[in-house]
Design a protein around this ligand. Structure first.
Ligand code: CAA
Length: 695
């Protein structure tokens, strides 16, 4: 018998209890144990079998770590068929999350009971695959094709009461899963309830699957798995037999399993879980956090305060004048009302936060009791130093002093205090109460417990926290600066902003770089260019005037209705602004440049290769400790397509040697293309950025 599944016989009922922490994933041991348990129950004369999970959950799915490795019998589909075919009455008792292969096991049982807090779902599409153990065939037979498609193409976790209504569960009952399972099994035996294999139910009625396929493809923005899953559900309705439907599901599952998107999505799954596990913090306790100070109540400060309040902590926000205090309060109140509208907060909680947990003041002395203060004032070194010197005077000993700067030198900021060990960067992304990414920027003297406190706050705020070192732009903005510059250079050389945006949205980015500039406000780039011109432009960057001309005419992008695109109120997205190309052409003439034709493929390749090269520099210089840190930053802060896993996973999938050779060639042909990052050669010799291509 397998170690992971314990067999017990209680009268006529055999109990198969799985104990495979942390989430009872259906690895080979569990599959062996369940198979052997069913056989033993049949041979020992049991009349029913109860399957449940010990610990925090029923099976949370197949063991994802096994994907991409040689398969080991019994495979999950065979196990599901074996359970369903058993002559005994098989009952599943669910708690926690019955997901993917976990729900597929439950669907091959003849009856399903769950505790009210349980959730069920088929989230495989989020890993680039589809339910491959009969889920696409059995679920629609219970719920109908439309509800099954919704569950399978979105991967949504459905609460037990909704699953009961949909027909996925037979009963929902409070209690311990083993206990409610045993009571249900006993009742079924007493009433001589029949076996109920779903495979014997009639095929569900079909819907317009071509339309559903197109919708899934559009919503997936290049991600294939939801659309392919539609075809598997179609087979449930149209195949000649249940077995034929299963075979079609299997074939589609294998196609996806072999895809690059599967590799990218599974990499993203493990990378986002690994990112906040830092070996140096293993035994380090964070400092206590109750009262958080925020300095500055603009969009960023108000967003940070909102995020902290939503996490249940108290905030004291400092602004310079009473008017600014009122404006900050209004911004926070508007953010919180948005949370009420989205169902994330009740009106009562909203009112309680505003009256009891948000304090506003104009004097720094109000921060005397704060455990951690986050500064979100104007990006200017002198201003920041003044703020930190004042914080040093008023904050209690042991308070963490954090700056939300996006690019300034945090070592220099820390020197404005007598306690540089307590100073850290907490770089939020706007809107801070919505965006998941938090860069935790560790300065030279930041102590380990302050770093641990940054990660503890990130966890509390439900952010994806990534450690970064100090440099201009840290991980994300530094890499952004490079690939954005690459796009600007391609425009001067002959590509149009619209071709670049289209090529990159086709690649999978939510928006192209020029549409992003319109969203952020063209005045931001304008101010940065003015600063750079004053400081003397970096020799690797080419200056241009077309974007300045747009700004001089008062066109700052979405907020003024015109930028690279023209926006109409109430309409999503914009149409190309006809004034832009003549400005670009005039710039090319002024700079004596002869435009050339770029293919979409070359645009994507240059942009991505520039990104990978800068990412390798960031890792090589120790700004990011691991390649996966870069990938997670780009995925969560910059709209990088998740199905590519991040820029460095993309590089591995495409082949790092070829990327290095492109960088070498382009940097020889084009004086403005970047020289290869020294780390790249080392990574090529090691076989790639990630040792295990599966994760
Ligand atoms: N296989 C292997 N490991 C898994 C796993 C799985 N299916 N699900 C979770 N884990 C691991 C995580 O990597 C993590 O490991 P570390 O502690 O080493 O980082 C640990 O379990 C705990 O996971 P979380 O940190 O995510 O814990 P949580 O409580 O926040 O969330 C969860 C729990 C909702 C189950 C979440 O882990 C999750 O969504 N897991 C994936 C579920 C899934 O996609 N299942 C389908 C698998 S594919 C399938 O089943 C294919 C098929 O049809 C044949």
């Amino acid at each position: 018998m397998s170690q992971a599944v314990e067999y017990e016989k209680l009268g006529e009922i055999a109990i198969l209890a799985t104990n495979n922490p942390p989430v009872n994933a259906l690895g080979i041991d569990v599959r062996n144990g369940l198979w052997a348990g069913i056989e033993r129950a049949e041979s020992e004369g049991a009349r029913a079998v109860l399957i449940y999970g010990e610990g925090r959950t029923f099976f949370a799915g197949a063991d994802i770590r096994e994907f991409g490795k040689p398969p080991q019998d019994p495979l999950l589909p065979a196990l599901c068929d074996r359970i369903e075919a058993s002559p005994l009455l098989v009952i599943a008792a669910l708690h926690g999350t019955a997901l993917g292969g976990g729900l597929e096991i439950a669907l091959s049982c003849h009856y399903r009971i769950a505790v009210p807090s349980a959730k069920v779902g088929l989230p495989e599409v989020n890993l680039g695959i589809l339910p491959g153990a009969g889920g696409t065939q059995r679920l629609p037979r219970l719920t109908g094709a439309r509800a099954a498609l919704d569950m399978i193409t979105t991967g949504r976790h459905i609460p037990a009461p909704e699953a009961l209504e949909l027909g996925v569960l037979d009963r929902v009952l409070d209690g311990d899963p083993r206990q409610i399972g045993l009571e249900f099994a006993t009742e079924l035996l007493q009433s001589n309830a029949p076996r109920r294999p779903i495979c014997e139910l009639p095929a569900p009625e079909g819907i317009d699957f071509d339309a559903a396929y197109d919708t899934a493809l559009r919503k997936g923005r290049g991600q294939l798995s939801p659309a392919v899953a539609v075809r598997a559900v179609q087979a449930a309705c149209e195949a000649k037999s249940f077995a034929d439907g299963l075979a079609r599901e299997r074939q589609l599952f294998h196609d996806l399993l072999a895809s690059d998107q599967r590799k990218g999505l599974i990499h993203a799954f493990f990378a986002e879980r690994a990112v906040s596990k830092l070996p140096e913090l293993k035994d380090i306790a964070p400092r206590d956090l109750h009262q958080i100070g925020v300095i500055g109540g603009g969009t960023m400060g108000a967003g940070i305060a909102t995020s902290v309040l939503l996490a249940g902590l108290s905030v004291t926000l400092i602004e310079m004048s009473q008017d600014a205090v009122h404006a900050a309060r209004d911004r926070i109140a508007a953010n919180l009302s948005g949370a009420v509208k989205r169902g994330k907060l009740s009106q009562k909680e909203h009112d309680e936060i505003l009256s009891n947990r948000l304090g506003l003041a104009t004097e720094y002395s109000a921060l005397g009791t704060a455990d951690l203060v986050i500064e979100a004032v104007f990006e200017d070194m002198d201003v920041k130093k003044q703020v930190f010197s004042q914080l040093d005077d008023v904050c209690k000993s042991g308070a963490v002093l954090a700056t939300n700067t996006s690019y300034l030198d945090i070592n220099e900021i820390a020197q404005a205090t007598r306690r540089p060990g307590d100073v850290i960067g907490l770089h939020f992304f706007s809107p801070a109460h919505v965006m998941k990414l938090l860069e935790i920027v560790v300065a030279d003297q930041t102590t380990l417990d302050v770093v641990a406190t940054g990660f503890a706050l990130g966890r509390r705020l439900r952010k994806v926290s990534v450690r970064a070192g100090v440099c201009d732009g840290f991980i994300g903005n530094r890499i952004l600066n490079t690939y954005r510059t690459c796009a600007d250079h391609m425009v001067l050389d002959g590509a149009s902003p619209y071709q670049i945006d289209n090529a990159l949205t086709e690649f999978g980015f939510a928006m192209g770089p020029f549409a992003v500039s319109d969203l952020a406000g063209l005045d931001i780039g304008w101010a940065a260019r003015k600063r750079k011109r004053a400081a003397g432009f970096d020799s690797g960057v080419r200056d241009s005037s077309y974007a300045d001309k747009l700004c001089e005419a008062g066109h700052f992008g979405q907020k003024t209705g015109k930028g690279y695109y023209i926006y109409e109120p109430g309409k999503r997205g914009g149409v190309p602004n006809p004034d832009v190309m003549p400005l670009i052409e005039a710039d090319r003439v002024a700079q004596d440049l002869t435009p050339r034709v770029f293919s979409d493929k070359e645009i994507v390749r240059r942009y991505m290769v520039a990104m990978v090269n800068e990412a390798a520099k960031v890792v090589g210089e120790g700004i990011a400790h691991r390649p996966l840190d870069v990938d997670v930053v780009l995925l969560y802060g910059y709209g990088f397509p998740r199905f590519w896993g991040g820029p460095l996973k993309w590089a591995d999938i495409q082949g790092l040697p070829q990327i290095l050779s492109d960088i070498r060639r382009w940097s020889q042909e084009d004086p403005y293309f970047w020289k290869p990052a020294p780390l790249l050669e080392e990574l090529v010799a090691k076989g790639g950025c990630f040792e295990d291509l599966n994760t």
